[in-house]
Design a protein around this ligand. Structure first.
Ligand code: ATP
Ligand code: MG
Length: 199
């Protein structure tokens, strides 16, 4: 590399470092975060569990609630229950076929009550509410109730919400929002969902 180019690069990097350092210095507030992982691509739930793994690795305490049918084989549940992590899933599962709204609401509400407990327990550092967004969209859980519970949670507690089409108010309340975009998915070319990758 010619000498002057090298100098330019170094100057640029130095300037960048100064800017980043400044921003790091400016970040002074310490409290738990609310994160929303949404979008149509694959990687929302696994991102949520990635953070749970991190927290556990630091000796923090976690709780998980999954708003999906709980009778399927579930790799994360198998592992985390062994580690003593509270893990709530819907006992009955959804009744998409029968369109029984009453039953679905009951199933969702049952898990939501357990979420409320997690969200009021200051011994829990990180809470994952997986696929919660749908429950709000379908009206099984009141948005207002969710927002209240999130706002009144312990100051140090972080919460991760995953699911497609997150409500605008959830995005506004969140500190960090990521949208996973679908570029392509093996399913579209006929690949079967795979143990260890998809569940
Ligand atoms: P993952 O649990 O793998 O992180 P996700 O939480 O982002 O995925 P969901 O919308 O919850 O995705 O769907 C869960 C299941 O559907 C997973 O088995 C996942 O591989 C699959 N899936 C996710 N995105 C797509 C997509 N764009 N097309 C087809 N299948 C998908
Ligand atoms: Mg998911």
């Amino acid at each position: 590399m010619p000498e002057h180019k090298h100098d330019n690069h170094q100057q640029r990097q130095q300037k960048l470092k100064q800017q980043v350092d400044k921003r790091i210095e400016a970040a002074q507030e310490e409290r738990g975060l609310l994160l929303v992982i949404t979008g149509n691509g694959k990687g929302k739930t696994t991102s949520g569990f990635g953070m749970i793994t991190r927290a556990l690795g630091h000796g923090q305490t976690c709780g998980v609630a999954q708003f999906i049918k709980g009778t399927w084989d579930n790799g994360e549940k198998n592992l985390l229950e062994r580690l003593g992590v509270p893990f709530h899933v819907m006992a009955t599962g959804f009744t998409w076929e029968t369109q029984d709204k009453q039953k679905d609401t009951e199933a969702a509400q049952q898990v939501w009550q357990q979420c409320r407990q997690l969200l009021s327990d200051d011994s829990i550092d990180v809470v994952l509410l997986d696929e919660l967004t749908y429950m709000i969209t379908y009206g099984y859980i009141e948005l207002e109730e969710v927002i209240q519970a999130l706002q009144h949670r312990p100051r140090e507690q972080s919460v991760i919400i995953t699911g497609r089409a997150a409500h605008r108010q959830l995005l506004e309340l969140a500190d960090t929002v990521s949208e996973v975009r679908n570029v392509k998915h093996g399913f579209e070319s006929g690949l079967k969902a795979r143990k260890g990758i998809d569940w």
